[in-house]
Design a protein around this ligand. Sequence first.
Ligand SMILES: Cc1cc2nc3c(=O)[nH]c(=O)nc-3n(C[C@H](O)[C@H](O)[C@H](O)COP(=O)(O)OP(=O)(O)OC[C@H]3O[C@@H](n4cnc5c(N)ncnc54)[C@H](O)[C@@H]3O)c2cc1C
Ligand code: SF4
Length: 324
Amino acid sequence: MMRLPRFRYFAPRTISEALKIKSDSGPESAFVAGGTDLYPNMKRRQQTPRVVIGLSRIPALQRLRFGSEGVTLGAGLLLSRVETDGRIRRDYPGLAHAISEISTPPLRNMGTLGGNLLLDTRCNYYDQNYEWRQAINFCMKKDGEICWVAPGSPRCLAVQSADSVPVLIALNARALLASREGEREIAVEDLYRNDGIDYVTKRPDELLTEVRLPSPDGWRGSYRKLRRRGSFDFPVLSVGAAIRRDGEKVAGARLVLGGVASAPLRLTRSEEALLGRPLDETSIAGAAEAAAGPSRPMDNTDFSFLWRKEMTAKFVALALRDLA
Ligand SMILES: Cc1cc2nc3c(=O)[nH]c(=O)nc-3n(C[C@H](O)[C@H](O)[C@H](O)COP(=O)(O)OP(=O)(O)OC[C@H]3O[C@@H](n4cnc5c(N)ncnc54)[C@H](O)[C@@H]3O)c2cc1C
Ligand code: SF4
């Protein structure tokens, strides 16, 4: 049985209290929301914070507010709460669907939206217990020197695998980050960096407090995910799509790939292939074909990477057909 290492646990009731504890505890501390990612990582000694700051007792992180500008989702909202909310299902069905594809119902009753956005990147050589990783002399992401996927690579290629992220980016979501220095709002798209170790632009002292979605205003989103088991599995290729039509023609398109790099990937050429055209089999085929080039999965998750690349066009087409 894998056991957690020893750590001190704090359970603040307010955002400012959480930020103060974080600043007082320094780099050897971590926030935890549902713990469905952090605690398994701690058991495998991939993350070893000496201080853990629980967020689940902070009511301000659990608000769900609808307004004329859109919806504000507290980072501490349970995934199951977001997935089952009637207004989210009506106005953002693509997001509700993406969240319903995350892990299992019990884990969605623990895991939060914020924890999903900040999910650790994944790799076959990293998602192993300590002894397994020790037997290969570890890797660059934790405790080692080399990348076993691409030994010549100066950077870790672990994969962005959070299901909510591609569709949130497609829907133009924004993230609110708080620190003791104040707040800043950034596009969710700008939260990620294509580096398997340093994979978010959020500073360690910053708390993700809210995710903001603009009102649908004609935009409709969808999500498709490739995984081995239909019941539950992380995505090894995923597509978030959002389309806005003007009459019969596509007036706006945003397409995002997940599961193929350390950051989500915008498919700008595919987006351009749709603009000004009806969303039919011809335009969908053009957008799908344009997606295959930029999709360059590495050999570090389930399934052959060549097959995952081949599947890119098919999954882009599936996500677009959901909107046609
Ligand atoms: C068996 C299993 C299957 C899974 N399958 C999937 C899947 O298919 N798809 C998928 O996307 N995920 C999957 N997950 C991962 C996980 O359950 C979800 O990603 C979940 O949303 C994580 O949320 P959490 O609140 O539990 O995160 P936590 O574990 O609490 O935190 C995750 C990370 O985010 C940080 N963090 C959390 N909240 C904040 C905040 N507000 N501000 C700053 N930092 C914060 C933590 O410090 C930590 O680094 C799976 C997990 C398991 C165990
Ligand atoms: S991509 Fe390379 S460095 Fe990153 S986790 Fe995998 S083996 Fe380690």
